[in-house]
Design a protein around this ligand. Structure first.
Ligand SMILES: [Zn+2]
Length: 381
């Protein structure tokens, strides 16, 4: 047992989901794997092994196996988001305020652009690729942000103590796309949805910080795309909404209390709130710009999927304004959040030798304060 390599452990841990992807013949994906592992070490001192799972579906999973942490992203996720980034950036009407879209000529549609499996990709001939340098940079940013969004979310599942916590409840994995109907009790479903919102909050902060660093940097590389705050927030919001749309389960007719992930609109709403303090901390004057850009990003995502699809791919009514049902659901998650976070704090203090996010290093301080403010703000409403 002792001489299993981390690769072997990874394969064993994720064997119900697929084999570890052999990247030896694909330098791009090998490079991406190294970058993901580096990102993990930048943001956590925990020993977390990262790799790809050889599965064409869109999904990502975190677990703890034989005492070590693992994150697996299905390779289908990389392919689908790469494809979408290329399609979106090479279409003249999507994100039309980024670069010079009038030079783009790719109008070709697919039946439904919300693709959840790389086997469903229908490549154009030649494959979609933006015509201008600026739109190529847009494509790169969309792609990078979508991968980071998922990666930071998985890191948060580990670093914020979620995995340790759910394993005490005999739940072995946290996976992003729910397969089939869950047998979760209503309470357990609320637990998991709350953890998802928590992971989204961390991921939202991190992806925004990453994009903001590019925006702030003196290098002119991406200035043509991120030219003002509105473009910064809008692109960030666009990518996150796109990710959740693709990873969203079908909620129509389902009991919202039996699912593992809250509907996209609710996730987005919590994300918006989770990052308000970060924006305020940078520049309080930006809040209005931030709110407007978030809304613009969301509508741009829905629009983009419509431009790329032959049908209207967005299923009403959950994609529109939050319904009363969703609002109530959001409030339940929120009430549960408060309760669950206390439990997690207790758990971290009592059981974990190295209480991760709840250590008072800078990162957790920032997050904890953001949560505290958020909770008191919402309670006051
Ligand atoms: Zn998750």
């Amino acid at each position: 047992m002792d001489n299993l390599t981390r690769e072997d452990q990874f394969s064993k841990a994720f064997s119900p989901y697929g084999n570890r992807l052999d990247t030896t013949n694909d330098p791009n994906i090998m490079d991406l794997r190294i970058k993901c592992q580096q990102t993990i070490s930048q943001y956590s001192s925990l020993d977390i092994y990262f790799d790809f799972i050889d599965n064409e579906a869109v999904n990502a999973i975190a677990t703890k196996f034989e005492g070590s942490y693992f994150i697996g992203i299905y390779v289908g996720t990389i392919k689908v988001f790469g494809y979408l980034a290329r399609k979106i950036a090479s279409h003249p009407k999507t994100l039309f305020d980024f670069g010079n879209p009038s030079m783009e000529t790719n109008f070709s549609k697919v039946y439904n652009a919300i693709i959840k499996n790389a086997n469903h990709i229908i490549e154009d001939d030649p494959p979609a690729w933006p015509a201008t340098d600026e739109r190529q940079k847009l494509c790169i940013l969309i792609y990078q942000q979508s991968i980071l969004n998922i990666l930071f979310h998985e890191i948060a599942h580990i670093v914020n103590g979620h995995i340790d916590y759910v394993q005490l409840l005999n739940i072995g994995y946290l996976e992003e796309v729910q397969n089939g109907k869950s047998n979760l009790s209503q309470m357990r479903s609320l637990d998991i949805q709350t953890l998802e919102i928590d992971a989204d909050g961390s991921s939202a902060l991190r992806t925004l910080q990453e994009l903001w660093a590019i925006f702030d940097s003196d290098e002119d590389n991406f200035k043509c795309i991120l030219h003002d705050y509105r473009s910064l927030f809008k692109l960030w919001s666009f990518v996150r909404f796109m990710c959740w749309r693709v990873m969203e389960n079908s909620y129509v007719g389902q009991d919202l209390l039996g699912i593992t992930h809250p509907p996209t609109a609710i996730r987005h709403d919590f994300t918006r709130i989770a990052c308000i303090d970060l924006v305020k901390g940078r520049n309080a004057m930006l809040i209005e710009e931030y709110e407007i850009s978030m809304a613009l990003g969301v509508s741009a995502t829905d629009e983009a999927f419509k431009f790329l699809s032959e049908i209207d791919p967005i299923t009403p009514p959950l994609s529109k304004q939050l319904s009363i049902l969703q609002k109530t659901h959001g409030a339940m998650i929120f009430a549960h959040w408060d309760f669950l976070r206390n439990q997690l704090l207790e758990f971290a203090t009592d059981y974990l030798k190295e209480p991760n996010i709840y250590n008072d290093d800078n990162e957790s301080f920032e997050l904890q304060n953001a949560y505290k403010q958020l909770i008191s703000h919402l309670k006051a409403q």
